[in-house]
Structures are given as structure tokens and as C-alpha cells.
Design a protein around this ligand. Structure first.
Ligand SMILES: [Zn+2]
Length: 244
């Protein structure tokens, strides 16, 4: 136990007021941690972030994560003097901040412009099979999936690539699939200034397929239907287009 406490009690990263979480956990807390992880339970629809999340620059974050990731590798017994491993802490740190978790930072949110719907197209628009890569917030391993999006144009239309960018932005966070679905739907409602949006996500979670129950065949489907998509016929039309 002594060793474990020593290893876990890393000193604060810097003087920016970043609080470290409590180190000692009770048996009840440990059981809750296991249950939330195994069942993939989301506890909120906003990504839980601290108010001081962006006081540190990206560069400072990369340097700090690099140091801590090197420590994880050290603890696992890996030899960081090996040519192949030496650069790994830096690569992981840069990948976390600049790529796979870049969607945590609001400055990276896609800037969406709407266009007038000159053709008076007021039918459903469906963008299907948007491939995304996210990461499970309980295990930090990939969630790989496809998002299908639809909206009914309401005087304004959005550039199609922006639908894709909105999906990628929210995917590049530690996620749970239900939250990813809701966050995309809420952002679409906001930018389209319309309630009539639908989002379906079909994804595999590597924490389920490669560890834990090791179910390689299952995928998880989540959906958010708003406005006109709560109408059964409209929803059925959308699902027909996406082949569900
Ligand atoms: Zn997981």
C-alpha cells in the first residue's frame, strides 16, 4: 500500500491552481468506479470540465503530460532509453492535446455559417456514414463509429462539411456515446436555429471488444430525435435513408 501511495502522489504540475483529485479511495468509491466503467454510465450531458481547464497553454499541457506519461511507462517497467520508446511520451502528449482530445477546447469548435435556402428546399437533408474516432472516457481506448445526421431546412442551410466537422469536434473528447449523441444534436439545433434534427450513432467500443467481456460482434446504437423527427413517419423516412 505504501508503494502505491507513493506512486500516486505526484506533486502538483505547476502553480496554476490545478487541484489534484483526492488520492485515497474507500471500498464503496472503488466499487462505484468499477460499475461506472463496466456499464459505461454517463453522469452528465455536459463534458465534466473544471473552470480552470484552459488557463494552461497547449504547450504547457503537452510538457506536463509528457512528463507524467513517461512516469506511467516507467512504472510499467518500460525502458525509456530504448530508441523506439524514447519519443513516446512526447508523441502521446502532443496527440492528446492537439488531436484526439482537441475537442475539449472551445477555441477548436467549428465556426458554422448558414446560407439562405434559395431553392426553398424544405425536405429532409440526410448526411449519413460520417466516420468518427473518439475515446471512451472510462478507459481511454477508442470508440469507432458512424454518425448519421438529418435536419429539415428551415429557411437556412448549412455547408455539408460542417456537419462532419461538428461530429469530429465532439468526438475528439473523452466520451460516452450517449453524451456524444446529445452534444451533436444540441449543437445542430443551436447552429441551424431549428428543432428539427436527428442524430443516430452506431459505434464499437474497444474497451468492450478488446478487454472486459471481449464481445467483438456487438455495436451500440444511440439516437436523438427532435422536433419533426419525433413524428413516426419522419423518423421512419430518415431511418430508411440511413439503412437502419
Ligand atoms: Zn470504456
Amino acid at each position: 500500500m505504501k508503494l502505491k501511495e507513493t506512486l500516486l502522489s505526484t506533486p502538483p504540475i505547476n502553480g496554476n491552481g490545478f487541484a489534484h483529485t483526492k488520492q485515497k479511495k474507500t471500498i464503496d468509491e472503488m466499487q462505484l468506479i468499477d460499475t461506472i466503467g463496466d456499464e459505461h454510465i454517463a453522469t452528465s450531458f455536459d463534458t465534466p470540465m473544471r473552470a480552470d481547464a484552459f488557463l494552461m497553454s497547449d504547450e504547457t499541457k503537452i510538457a506536463a503530460i509528457e512528463k507524467h506519461f513517461a512516469e506511467i511507462m516507467n512504472i510499467l517497467g518500460l525502458d525509456l532509453n530504448d530508441d523506439s520508446l524514447r519519443g513516446t511520451p512526447h508523441r502521446v502528449a502532443k496527440m492528446y492535446v492537439k488531436e484526439v482530445f482537441s475537442g475539449l477546447n472551445p477555441k477548436n469548435k467549428p465556426d458554422v455559417k448558414l446560407f439562405d435556402n434559395k431553392y426553398k428546399y424544405n425536405e429532409m437533408l440526410v448526411e449519413k456514414d460520417i466516420t468518427f474516432y473518439s475515446n471512451c472516457e472510462h478507459h481511454f481506448v477508442p470508440i469507432i463509429g458512424k454518425a448519421h445526421i438529418a435536419y429539415v431546412a428551415n429557411g437556412k442551410v448549412i455547408g455539408l462539411s460542417k456537419l462532419n466537422r461538428i461530429v469530429q469536434y465532439f468526438a475528439k473528447r473523452p466520451q460516452v456515446q450517449e453524451r456524444l449523441t446529445v452534444q451533436i444534436a444540441e449543437e445542430l439545433k443551436r447552429v441551424l436555429q431549428s428543432e428539427d434534427v436527428a442524430v443516430v450513432i452506431d459505434a464499437v467500443h474497444l474497451c468492450v471488444s478488446s478487454r472486459g467481456v471481449q464481445d467483438v460482434n456487438s455495436s451500440t446504437v444511440t439516437a436523438a430525435y427532435h422536433g419533426k423527427f419525433q413524428n413516426e413517419a419522419t423518423r421512419a423516412e430518415f431511418l430508411k435513408y440511413v439503412g437502419k
